[in-house]
Design a protein around this ligand. Structure first.
Ligand SMILES: Cc1ncc(COP(=O)(O)O)c(C=O)c1O
Length: 393
């Protein structure tokens, strides 16, 4: 049968990199490629106990259809958590999503018409590019440095033409590990209010800080409802729950609820109930401290191995949390080309070009440090550095 597809599919190309990265699932390959948390740290026993309690208390009700907004106790709990992040909100302001990834998709459905312009950091999260590409958005990367996206550049672009929203990952950004400075958070909130600019603040990593102080979200400076805040339990509990949330103004939230009804009616009732029980009965803050301690050690091991083995022409970011660091090679370095060789030698990463919606960035690599153990990190970086040294000659 000859099949024709929707116009939008022509912009959505299969990723050669994802195909190559399937090879990294072979035993013996040390992968710094995925964005995977460390599974040995998932609180499996606590979750088992929480699931048993939910089954004992709710029985069949745990498997019934529910409200699109999410279950009330979890929304209330998230609203309380938001206060600790300096965002004042009520349970009604919280929409539970099937991971933050669904939040991005719903925002695309609600806000994007073909050709609409989105401002992004340079580089930005690959799967956000994919999510917004489905709606045939056009990407305008904004100049970004070690303190994050540059507010003056956002201001100039917002003044120059119609922009749908700015998409920003404020903490330990994916892919660079950078954090947006406090001054810039305030400036972005001020620009949003002055220019009537919408900001989508995507914060999956904020709680994974190993060093320094937590910074208030952009949303905490937002008085006019210009900032939509997304977060998730994927990194603080486990990604398999597929449970995240959006905090938005009532008008935006109502539109998102309509989009969510069309997408999946609601996020799994059972998953929400178990998560809520786990958060009520167990010490998640202590769990997050353990995760931070482990990731902090892994980050330090990767940084030390890079210092020991990488050629002098390479530099990398020094994140204070999160799961990634970003290695920059000399201009002549082609990380896509090097990936094939690296996989053959049993080590993998994601080439930088994928994170630049308008091209470029091919001399960079994203390295994940949360998933591999300390020994594997040392071994993998030794192998990778040798390949980089050969290719940079
Ligand atoms: C910046 C960013 N946003 C959103 C997500 C999606 O998270 P979730 O598992 O909640 O869908 C990720 C996952 O890695 C991410 O890095």
């Amino acid at each position: 049968m000859e099949t024709s597809y929707a116009q939008r599919m022509s912009a959505m190309k299969p990723s050669t990199i994802r195909e190559m990265l399937k090879l990294t699932e072979r035993p013996g390959v040390i992968s710094f490629a995925g964005g995977l948390p460390a599974p040995e740290l998932f609180p499996v026993e606590d979750i088992r106990a929480a699931a048993e309690r939910v089954l004992g208390e709710c029985g069949a009700k745990a498997f019934q259809y529910g409200a699109s907004e999410g279950i009330a106790p979890l929304r209330t709990r998230i609203a309380e958590e938001m206060k600790t992040r300096q965002i004042g909100c009520m349970a009604d302001d919280v929409l539970i999503t099937t991971g933050s990834q669904q939040g991005l998709d719903l925002l695309g459905k609600v806000f994007l018409d073909p050709g609409d312009v989105i401002l992004t950091e340079t580089p930005t999260y690959l799967a956000a590019i994919q999510a917004f590409q489905c709606f045939e958005a056009s990407f305008q990367p904004v100049v970004t440095d070690d303190e994050g996206v540059i507010p003056e550049a956002v201001d100039a672009l917002a003044a120059a033409g119609r922009v749908r929203f700015l998409y920003v990952i404020p903490n330990f950004q994916n892919p660079t590990g950078r954090t947006l400075s406090l001054v810039r958070r305030r400036q972005l909130a001020e620009i949003a209010a002055r220019r009537n600019l919408l900001i989508v603040e995507d914060d999956p990593y904020g709680r994974l800080r190993y060093r320094g102080e937590h910074l208030p979200p952009i949303k905490s400076f937002d008085e006019g409802g210009h900032v939509i805040y997304l977060s998730t339990f994927s990194k603080t509990v486990a990604p398999g729950f597929r449970t995240g949330w959006i905090v938005a103004s009532p008008a935006v939230r109502d539109k998102l609820v309509i989009a969510k009804q069309a997408a999946d009616l609601h996020t799994s009732s059972f998953d929400q109930l178990v998560l809520d029980r786990y958060l009520a009965d167990f010490d998640n803050a202590a769990h997050v401290r353990r995760v931070c301690a482990a990731y902090g050690e892994r980050y330090a091991a990767m940084d030390a191995a890079l210092r020991r083995h990488m050629p002098a022409s390479f530099s990398w970011t020094q994140p204070e949390g999160g799961m990634f660091l970003w290695v920059r090679g000399p201009e002549s370095f082609d990380s896509m080309h090097v990936l094939g060789e690296a996989i053959a030698e049993g080590v993998a990463f994601v080439p930088g070009a994928d994170f630049f919606p308008r091209g470029g960035g091919g001399n960079n690599m994203r390295l994940n440090f949360s998933n591999a153990g300390i020994e594997a990190i040392e071994d993998g970086i030794t192998r990778l550095a040798a390949i980089c040294a050969r290719s940079a000659q």
